[in-house]
Every structure is written in C-alpha cells, then in structure tokens.
Design a protein around this ligand. Structure first.
Ligand code: FAD
Ligand code: AMP
Length: 479
C-alpha cells in the first residue's frame, strides 16, 4: 500500500473501531486492520465484544430470562402458562443475527466516516510501519504517522482444564452450547462465569460454580457481594467458594472435576459440560516485531502512560491490551481519548468513574470506590442504603431483591461510590456515574426531583439516606 495514513489502528473491537471512527471524524486519514473472520471466512469487525462477548452473552441472558419468566414468574401476576419450551437453535440463531447486524453496522460506520477497513493481520514494525498480511496471505507494508494497538484479549487457559470445545468450553464455546446440559460446571465465579452460569441455569441446568477464592466477587463492595451471593444462591446457583480446580478427566460424555477446598479437602464433581471462566489476558501474539520498540509488562499488557501512549513515539495502545479493567466502554473511551490527542486536542479520561456491571438478574453494578477502599484510604465517609423491597415500582414489577448503596465523603458530601444489586442496576448506576462526573454531592442527588414510581427513586432515597434524610425507610443513626 503506497499511501501513508495519519492513523493505522490494529484491531476493531470496541477500543479499536471507536478510535478509528473518532480519528476519521477529526479529519485524520485512518485505516483499521482486523483479522477476525466469521464462519463463512469473511473478515468482520467488532472484536470480542460484538462477536463472542458483551453482545452475544446479553442476547442469551435476555432470551433465557424471558424463558425463565414465562415458565416460573408469571403465575404471581395471575397469568398461567403451560407448555413453555425453549428452542435452543432458534435462541442461538437470534443471537447470531444480532451479531451479524452489529458487526455489519461497524463496516457501515467505517464507510460513512471514511475509515479504510482492511482485513488481515497487522504487525507493528519499527518506525511506525505496519505489516499487513491479508486474508489471502498477501503481505504489504503501510506507513503510518500514528499507530493505535487495539488487539484486545483472549480467555485464560488453565492446564488443569484443557478446553476441547466439546465437553470443556471457554466463554466462546459456552455461547454455542446446542442443548441444555443437565449438570453444568463453571470454573470461576467472576463476571463471565456468573453470566454464563445464569443463562444455562435459567434454561434448566443444575449449575455449580467452583471459585478458588474464599470471597465472593472479591473486588466488589462487600455488602453488595454478600447480598448478591444470597440472591444467586436462592435462584439455584450452587456457588462453592474456596474451591480451586486441580484437575479434570473426560470420562465418556462426562467430565470429572477435582477441586481442593480451602480446608484442604480434595473433592470431585461430575458434569455434562464444563465452562472455564478464569479471566482473560491481553492478546499480543504476532502483534509486535522484535524491534517495534513497544514494551510489554510482566502481565502481558502493553505498557502505556495515562494517555495510552506506549514508549514508542507515535504508538498508542488501548482497551483490554492495556492495564485497567477489561471492559468494552473503558477501551472505547481510551480510543476516543487517543484519537483526539493525535488530532491535537487536550483529551483525557476519568479512570475513577468507570461503571462495572454483571448482567445477571438482578444485575450487579458499581461505580467509584467501594466502602472497603474508602475505609482503607482513611477517609471519613457516610453511607446511604435503600432496599428495593421498599420500592413501590420494584414491588409492582415483583422484582424486589437487592439494594442501592451510595458512599459519600463525610466532610464534602461528594459521592465517592455507588453499588447496586437490583433490577436495572446497570442503568441506575449510570445515573450516579453522571452525577459523579459533575462532582455531585449526595445532597445534590437528594435535591433532584425523581419521577414516581420509578426504580430510580431507590437511588434518590439512598442519596437522601447518606445524610439521614430518607423518607421511605428508617434512617440509620449517623456515624
Ligand atoms: P477486543 O474486543 O478483544 O478486540 C480486539 C480485536 O483485535 C479482535 O477483533 C481481534 O481479532 C483483533 N486483532 C488482534 N490481533 C490482531 C492483529 N495482529 N491484526 C489485526 N487484528 C487483530 N465488557 C463489557 O464492558 N460489558 C459486558 O457486558 C461484557 N461482557 C462480556 C462477555 C463475555 C462472554 C466476554 C468474553 C467479554 C465481555 N466483556 C464485556 C469484555 C469485552 O468484550 C472486552 O473488554 C472488549 O471486547 C475489549 O475490547 P478491545 O477492543 O480492547 O478488544
Ligand atoms: P474474572 O476475573 O471476573 O473473570 O473471574 C475469574 C475467577 O476465576 C477469579 O475469581 C479466580 O479466582 C477464579 N479462578 C481462577 N483459577 C481457578 C481455579 N483453578 N479454580 C477455581 N477458580 C479459579
């Protein structure tokens, strides 16, 4: 390719494609290289998020929740159902149609914004040159003024449970299970394990989650994690903490899993399918030539500063490839920041306010600091809590599990964190994230008029409770 580009992006997941679109919007001549191919061998954009991550998992979560509601939850509304059945191939087909629509949409956005979409594998060479090996194997070198690395991440594999994509699956295989397994094991009770376990649990699998740590959702606010575990256990998820998987053996059409408890016992459990969800790691295979000048840290992440600049001038890295939470929106915001900085703007990203969601039902969502983090930082703080059991809207929807917890600084009243397990927790948390972005105090949120009856009123009441003025719940004694 003879043309020189202002920006070449490697990877078109939510970090890379957003960076490419923003760069092109700002008048920069931009190309984006993507190596992902669909089942027909055609190059597609969207990365993990659109193809095997956020979107397909949410499609299955929504389908399985509707099935569960129809089968189990409607009687209380006076609706009787019979013969409720799930057609798994139809469910998977719906998911695949959504993927196709969205990945095709990115190709459309590239076109509309003037991004040159290239399909193949990109490799950063020295001197901001990018080698492109296209899907037919032809190799060319592209000159770039700036390069944005956005090659994402891949599931962590553990030798004790080798993925065969038949009985032992990673998160990608778990989105393609063709029939409901009677006994489903999940290694890792983290975000992805809980979401995928919930999908198949709702469809009828007996789900056991084996989690090495003694704490459930160890990085979340403890009170919310405790409440979430109670709710998920009530739903039938068998969550075994302090259970480190040490071996697996495929025996015919079953998998026997051996795990060691924190007490030192060795136990066994047999499953029809086993999903390995022990986290993800940055993906750098074939990305960097030996003389690219880009440093990778001990965890495999490309080393970057707060503006996502690597130590090679003009080379940036964003998304799952770099430090920080592996979340689509975190990568997208980094992509925007980098594109704007390349275009000469003074963009920056607020890493303190990145919402985090588990799309179970109810959802678990958080933004900002946990109570444990605030305490450890030695700050004085107040907490306001409001349970959905006291929300009229939640009662009307028969969806009263969970609570809202807001933490504010005791001296300034500035909101430091919001943690919710409950209906629409993701969207409710986002409301507080917006307030936090504007430096809101709990009092500001308390003075805001909330529509009635809404689930958002639970956020309002929790904000009021921070300063002991909640109306629809007895206020705690002030600290
Ligand atoms: P990726 O999405 O991984 O994209 C990287 C792209 O780069 C890929 O398309 C890859 O093919 C391409 N690539 C790699 N190397 C090269 C190369 N050398 N040349 C060309 N192309 C290359 N996050 C959320 O925020 N919300 C969720 O609900 C959520 N749910 C998830 C559910 C599951 C089951 C999984 C697995 C993940 C989920 N995530 C979720 C995480 C989210 O998918 C990732 O954080 C996000 O996709 C990271 O974006 P990225 O652009 O950095 O990388
Ligand atoms: P996440 O990082 O949210 O995707 O969660 C992955 C979870 O898998 C973490 O909570 C880990 O503690 C857990 N985990 C990792 N290895 C094992 C193992 N061998 N057995 C059980 N759990 C594990």
């Amino acid at each position: 390719m003879s043309d020189k580009f202002d920006v070449v992006v490697i990877g078109s997941g939510p970090a890379g494609y957003v960076a490419a679109i923003r760069a092109a919007q700002l008048g920069l001549k931009t190309a984006c290289i993507e190596k992902w191919k669909n089942s027909d061998g055609k190059g597609v954009n969207g990365g993990t998020c659109l193809n095997v991550g956020c979107i397909p998992s949410k499609a299955l979560l929504d389908s399985s929740f509707k099935y569960h509601e129809a089968a189990e939850e409607l009687a209380i509304h006076g609706i009787s159902t019979s013969g409720v059945a799930i057609d798994i191939p139809a469910m998977l087909d719906r998911k695949n149609k959504i993927i196709n629509q969205l990945t095709g949409g990115i190709a459309g956005l590239f076109k509309a914004n003037g991004v040159t979409a290239l399909y193949g594998t990109g490799k950063l060479l020295a001197g901001k040159k990018v080698e492109l090996t296209d899907n037919e194997g032809a190799v060319s070198v592209i000159d770039a003024e700036n390069v944005i690395l956005a090659s994402g991440s891949q599931p962590i594999a553990i030798p004790v449970a080798p993925v065969d994509n038949d009985l032992i699956l990673d998160s990608t295989g778990a989105l393609e299970i063709g029939e409901v397994p009677e006994r489903l094991g999940v290694i890792g009770a983290g975000v992805i394990g809980l979401e995928l376990g919930s999908v198949w649990g709702r469809l009828g699998s007996k789900v056991v989650l084996l989690e090495a740590l003694d704490d459930f959702l160890a990085i979340m606010d403890k009170a919310i994690a405790k409440e979430s575990k109670k709710i998920f256990t009530k739903q039938g998820l068998d969550i075994r903490l302090g259970a480190r998987v040490t071996g697996t053996e495929v025996k015919g059409r079953e998998v026997e899993v051996t795990y060691k408890t924190s007490a030192g016992d060795e136990l066994k459990e047999t499953f029809d399918k086993l999903i390995v969800c022990v986290g993800r790691r940055p993906f750098t295979e074939g990305l960097l030539s030996a003389d690219s000048g880009v440093d990778v840290d001990e965890r495999g992440s490309v080393f970057v500063n707060e503006f996502c600049a690597t130590n090679a001038p003009g080379v940036y890295a964003v998304g799952d490839l770099v430090r920080g939470p592996m979340l689509a929106h975190k990568g997208s915001e980094e992509g925007v920041m980098v594109a704007e900085r390349i275009a000469g703007h003074k963009a920056q990203m607020n890493y303190d306010i990145v919402p985090n969601v588990i799309y179970t039902h109810p959802e678990v969502a958080s933004v900002g600091q946990t109570e444990e983090e605030v305490k450890a930082a030695g700050e004085r703080y107040n907490v306001g809590v409001f349970p959905f059991a006291a929300s009229g809207r939640a009662m009307a929807a028969n969806d009263t599990d969970g609570m809202v917890k807001i933490i504010a600084h005791a001296d300034t009243d500035r909101i430091l964190g919001c943690h919710i397990v409950g209906p629409s927790a993701a969207d409710l948390t986002q409301q507080v994230a917006i307030a936090m972005e504007f430096g809101s105090s709990a009092e500001d949120l308390g003075m805001t008029v909330f529509g009635h009856p809404t689930l958002s009123e639970a956020v309002h009441e929790a904000a009021l409770a921070v300063n002991g003025s909640a109306i629809h719940i007895a206020n705690r004694k002030r600290r």
